[in-house]
Design a protein around this ligand. Sequence first.
Ligand SMILES: Nc1ncnc2c1ncn2[C@@H]1O[C@H](COP(=O)(O)OP(=O)(O)OP(=O)(O)O)[C@@H](O)[C@H]1O
Ligand SMILES: [Mg+2]
Length: 427
Amino acid sequence: MDASSRPAVVIDNGTGFTKMGFAGNVEPCFIIPTVVAVNDTLSSQSKSSNKGNWLAQHTAGVMADLDFYIGEEALSRSRASANYNLSYPIHNGQVENWDAMERFWQQCIFNYLRCDPEDHYFLLTESPLTAPENREYAGEIMFETFNIPGLYIAVQPVLALAAGYTTSKCEMTGVVVDVGDGATHVVPVADGYVIGSSIKSIPITGKDVTCFVQKLLKERGEFIPPEDSFEVVRKIKETYCYTCSDIVKEFNKHDREPSKFIKHWTGVKPKSGATYTCDIGYERFMGPEIFFSPEIYGSDFTTPLPAVIDKCIQSSPIDTRRALYKNIVLSGGSTMFKDFHRRLQRDLKKIVDTRVRAASSRLGPDVKSQPIEVNVANHPIQKYAVWFGGSVLASTAEFYTACHTKAEYEEYGASICRTNPVFKGMY
Ligand SMILES: Nc1ncnc2c1ncn2[C@@H]1O[C@H](COP(=O)(O)OP(=O)(O)OP(=O)(O)O)[C@@H](O)[C@H]1O
Ligand SMILES: [Mg+2]
């Protein structure tokens, strides 16, 4: 059977989590932390000074190449043994450790998806600010190490738009607000093309929400075992945090009826096995508030996310602006806080209406400004919108013609991976 008649493999590697599966599916088969645990004792043995014993060195090298784990398994191995060191190949949306990335992909393909990479086309994703060289590295690994027949590297926000869940017709003009674990980007897209000069990135991400909640809990004297405090707080955040409409009112609500709002978390101490409990109060709404009032988190960056979206649209070509305000699409796990989209829509609408009013008063009563429609879409699938968009695109017949093939790679080299055509299947 020809590879183009088999479903393509779709992998969205994120800073925190990797979503992987096959084109045409509604959900990824696996969502696992993007982390690799390598046995450092073996790696250092293979490089040790005992140069005479090449066989021992070689064997240790081979073992080091085989003895590694990814995802949850990597985390539990490193907890259980000091021999395993964790490596996070992606930082702020960019691959920084290609060796670790290659190992990670190896296990994704053979241990998780359990497929032969020579039999499937691949769709990978990248952050909108990725340098073209990085696409070459990815291409080299995919074609040379895994011998895949075809590769397409898609820009994450374009895929989130292609997920097309906002309207019955897939709309390829809009602003994607992608808030993941390690990167937050606001990306305007017109007819499937990213308006590169107007992309805005902000240094507040899902990881920062976890850190902030962790800090607040600590300051209030709540106990969480330090060994896995970050992981526990991440789960607390995902389970109990929500976006409020007004922070002062929310404090008052909590103070009036604390029992209604305080949640209890019960966990087990990893070392002693004893149980512990911790209360979660104001942290529930204070965590996600850092997107809307960033000054409560730090003084380095103080522009609220709705104002960043407004700046992004205002810096885009004038003839696209109305369409951009009308289709603001959320993507990424950190947009999942309850009522996140409502607050974003309300605050952005306020900014836009104030500007329209100011313009109207400048122009006088004879000139009437048209109101601007602001629409922030919300859907449960937004947590893996990028992956789902990839799944949709890679199941069109056109996807296979847009891919770079192994034959092209062999003829022209890795530089072909620098560009990936936007194809009609996206509309
Ligand atoms: N239900 C939820 N509510 C709030 N946050 C959530 C929820 N589910 C996941 N998250 C958070 O979303 C983040 C992961 O999102 P996502 O998988 O989109 O990021 P990523 O793709 O790994 O990172 P990036 O896109 O920044 O490279 C984590 O910080 C996680 O804690
Ligand atoms: Mg992501």
